[in-house]
Design a protein around this ligand. Sequence first.
Ligand code: MG
Length: 353
Amino acid sequence: MSENETQRKIIHVDMDCFYAAIEIREQPELAGKPVAVGGSSGRGVLTTCNYEAREFGCRSAMPAFKARDLCPDLILLPVRFDLYRKESARIRMIFAQFTELIEPLSLDEAYLDVSHLRSEASTIAWEIRQRIRIETGLAASAGIAPNKFIAKIASDWRKPDGQFEVREDEIHDFLSDLPVNKIWGVGKRTAARLHEAGLRTCGEVRQRSEVELVQRFGKFGRSLYRLSRGIDERPVNPNRERKSLSNERTFRENLTTVDEGLVELEKLIVELQEDLSGRHEDRTIRECVVKVKFEDFQITSAQRGGDHVDAEVFRELLVEAWERGEGKSVRLIGAGVRFRPLAVDGVEQLEMF
Ligand SMILES: [Mg+2]
């Protein structure tokens, strides 16, 4: 941080077992029992489970049959996103009483920038958590730090129902032993490459020069260099929530018939469904989109309103887009969905309430 920059105060609030906690609040007789939500959608995985279920080894994204093996008494409830959205909207209104700078990451997680407030950030975080507790009966954890990267990690440190602050002068020590897979943007593949390079912790990444990291990891090497030092200047952006999700594929050889295109489209639809069921189950789809890029690099897209991934709709959209090429071959196909805004969802639900 440069000296003339004022210290930022970022809070990452993360609800504890959000969906399961709401269900238990609604059905108090479930308290103390192992409870999970999910399992009924396409691939039958758990969306959330409570700590009682976690003690048996149950985890979110785990197949329901495996969870039942681990915990035969598991109470598995269907997801009720309408209810969760309503709670999410209530929580967001609590945030809004403290700051306008709210960046929701999902229904149960958000960054708040409270730099402009006079109170200590940890006091604000504590108050927010109390308000959530009083108004919704739900527990939240919080991380408090000078930036988003550290705040998000810190919110995990005292879970459940706790908070943890990392001050500017504590960042170095805080990161020293942090596993590289906790670094923002490091997924499984990048983590494996980092391990191959002998880099298991942020402390180890810090010992490499920026030049070396860029040589090994390309542009991301620069992020690694900075994040391993706890440098993260990303602002809390109230408008940053994901608006769409899509997959696309460029073909080694252009496709010449729509039938070839339909074969490729099937794979894209499967990938899209996988991505959606993994991480975006809390979002409402408003539109399906197919994109086509022709041999002359002209791009066209066809879309239709809808609230789920309907393979038939995607096929029709592909044919529609394809025909606009009037016989041109196709370099790329994309399939995706556009989401309704999270906040709007919540507000609408709240008004119905
Ligand atoms: Mg959470």
